[in-house]
Design a protein around this ligand. Sequence first.
Ligand code: HEC
Length: 198
Amino acid sequence: MKQSDSKRHKTQYLRKVASFAFVGYVALNTLAYAADSSPALFNVNNELLQPKDYREWVYVGTPVTPNDMNDGKAIVPEFHNIYINPEGFAHWKKTGEFPDGTMVVKELLSVGAKKALTGNGYFMGEFTGLEAAVKDSKRFPDEPGNWAYFMFGMEYPLARKAAPKPTAECNSCHEANAKDDWVFTQYYPVLQAAKPKE
Ligand code: HEC
């Protein structure tokens, strides 16, 4: 290889590195959190990225709608493990309200075994799906209560990002039936116990 050729290759290589770095920089800068302390991360298209580490948040309860008590097919099968981000929980514990940036995750699991050493019952099987709710008054000023709802799928592999669902599809039922600020605290004993007494 001639001297000038190798120089040209080097310049091309450096240009490539620089352009990759630039694309990476732009990508990072287009992601934004719902609030400073919130784990809810959005891209420029207002899609919520699949949350990470939510199994290490505060776990608040597990409603269960087994298929065999719902004509073989529950609307939301079957165990629903609910987690809230630690900052949202801390604020709730102090004030009885959910702050901007609160994120509640609903992780779905199938019923596995129906018998164990302790007796007959419903025991958790496989992870099957993931949904989330995010409160963000700046991003969702027009959603009732500023809550937006997301579905990452009811079977694996889950979607890596999700657009907000139309208000009528999710928000309306929560607005009409949930006990506190669009959240079904009536089914989450950990949130009930942590709520400050009036
Ligand atoms: C017919 C009423 C109804 C509709 C419609 C509905 N939900 Fe819910 N949702 C519930 C109930 C009841 C609970 C709590 C008990 C449970 O999990 O079964 C709940 C709980 C949740 C939770 C846990 C946090 C909370 O607010 O309690 C999330 C997240 C959630 N739903 C997401 C969704 C999404 C996403 C949609 C739309 C695709 C949706 N929901 C539509 C009734 C509804």
